[in-house]
Design a protein around this ligand. Structure first.
Ligand code: G3H
Ligand code: 13P
Ligand code: ZN
Length: 332
C-alpha cells in the first residue's frame, strides 16, 4: 500500500472548491511518457497552475504502472526543483472496474474515475458507490469522479457510438446515492480528433469545420440541481487547425479534424466545470512537431532531436491552455 501523500500528491477536494469559487477549471492532462510529463510540469510550474496528471488504463499498459507511479513522484520533485510547488493530483482516467480503481488507490493515486456511464443507471450507481466507499475509507481520502451521460467518440479503450446528454433530473439522485466527489457530464464534447462529423458542422469562409455549440442549457440545469458541486468535462481538446495543417504539410493524414472551440471551454471554465480533460491536443502537438523534424532533417536519428522539439511544443500549448482557456494560471 502506498499513500498518495508519501508521493507528495494531493486529492481534488480543495483544488475543486477553489476552482469553483475562483471561476476557473483545473487542467487534467493525460500522459504516457516522460516528455509529456516534463512538458506538463514545466508549463504548470511556469504558469503557477494546479494540475491533474491523468493516467488511462491504456497508459498503464503502455508505460507500466510502477513506472508511472514513480514518474508522478518524480514530477512532484521536478516541480519543486523548478522553483514552485504546485498542487499535483494523480488521477485514473476512465477506470472501468472496481479492481482497477482499487489497484490505483492502493498504489498511490490520489483520485480515480469510475466510468459506469455505459451501464444501466442502477448498475452505474452500484459500481460507483462501491468505488467511493473504498476510496473514502482510506485514511488519506482518495477522491472519486463518476460519470452520467455518454460521450460520442472513439479512443483506444474508451468508445461510445452515440452521445446522450446527461439528464439533469438524474444528477442529484446519482450524487447522493453514490457519494462521488465530482461528476463528469455529457453536453456535446467527445473524445478524440474528430468530435463531430462534417455533416454536423458548418464551414467557415476558408473551409474550416465549425462545430455545433455545447449544450450550455443542460449544464445550467445541472448546476441548478447541484449548486456548487464539481463538474467535469471530458473530450475537451480544441484540435487546433495549425496542428492539423502542420501534420498534413509533413505527410500526415488527419481529415475531418474538429474540436471544441476555446471560447466555449473558457465559458464552461467560469461555471461549476472545475476539471477539463485534454489528451488529443497533446497528441496533435507532438505529432506535428515530430513530423516536421523528421521531414526537414531526414538523416536525424537521435530521438532527443525530435522528442525535444515535441516537448517544447507541448509545453507552449499547455501554457496557452492554462492562461487563455482554463484560467488556472496563477491559481496554484
Ligand atoms: O479519454 C481517453 C483518453 O484520451 C485516454 O486515451 O485510452 O488511448 O490512453 P487512451
Ligand atoms: P480529448 O480526446 O478531447 O483530448 O479528451 C480527453 C479525455 O477526455 C480524457 O479523459
Ligand atoms: Zn475522457
Amino acid at each position: 500500500m502506498t499513500s498518495y501523500k508519501e508521493l507528495g500528491l494531493v486529492n481534488t477536494k480543495d483544488m475543486f472548491a477553489k476552482a469553483i469559487n475562483g471561476g476557473y477549471a483545473v487542467p487534467a492532462y493525460n500522459f504516457n511518457n516522460m516528455e509529456q510529463l516534463q512538458a506538463i510540469i514545466q508549463a504548470c510550474v511556469e504558469t503557477k497552475s494546479p494540475v491533474i496528471l491523468q493516467v488511462s488504463a491504456g497508459a498503464r499498459k503502455y508505460a507500466n504502472k510502477n513506472l508511472l507511479k514513480n514518474m508522478a513522484r518524480g514530477a512532484v520533485e521536478y516541480a519543486h526543483e523548478l522553483g514552485y510547488d504546485i498542487p499535483i493530483v494523480l488521477h485514473l482516467d476512465h477506470g472501468n472496474s472496481f479492481e482497477l480503481c482499487k489497484d490505483c488507490i492502493d498504489t498511490g493515486f490520489s483520485s480515480v474515475m469510475i466510468d459506469g456511464s455505459s451501464l444501466p443507471y442502477e448498475e452505474n450507481i452500484a459500481l460507483t458507490k462501491q468505488v467511493c466507499e473504498y476510496a473514502h475509507s482510506r485514511p488519506d481520502y482518495v477522491t472519486v469522479e463518476g460519470e452520467l451521460g455518454v460521450l460520442a467518440g472513439v479512443e483506444d479503450e474508451v468508445s461510445a457510438a452515440e452521445s446522450h446528454y446527461t439528464k439533469p433530473e438524474e444528477v442529484e439522485d446519482f450524487v447522493s446515492k453514490t457519494g462521488v466527489d465530482s461528476l463528469a457530464i455529457s453536453i456535446g464534447t467527445s473524445h478524440g480528433r474528430c468530435k463531430f462529423t462534417p455533416e454536423q458542422c458548418t464551414r467557415s469562409a476558408d473551409g474550416i469545420l465549425v462545430p455545433p455549440p455545447l449544450a450550455f442549457d443542460v449544464l445550467e440545469a445541472i448546476e441548478k440541481k447541484l449548486p456548487g458541486f464539481p463538474i467535469v468535462l471530458h473530450g475537451s481538446s480544441s484540435i487546433p487547425v495549425e496542428y492539423v495543417k502542420e501534420i498534413e504539410k509533413y505527410g500526415g493524414k488527419v481529415p475531418d479534424s474538429v474540436g471544441i472551440p476555446e471560447e466555449q471551454l473558457r465559458k464552461a471554465a467560469k461555471s461549476a466545470v472545475c476539471k477539463i480533460n485534454i489528451d488529443s491536443d497533446g497528441r496533435m502537438a507532438m505529432t506535428a512537431a515530430v513530423r516536421k523534424v523528421l521531414a526537414e532533417q531526414p538523416s536525424e536519428f537521435d530521438p532527443r532531436k525530435y522528442l525535444g522539439p515535441a516537448r517544447d511544443e507541448l509545453k507552449k500549448m499547455y501554457s496557452h491552455k492554462n492562461i487563455e482557456v482554463l484560467g488556472s494560471a496563477g491559481k496554484a
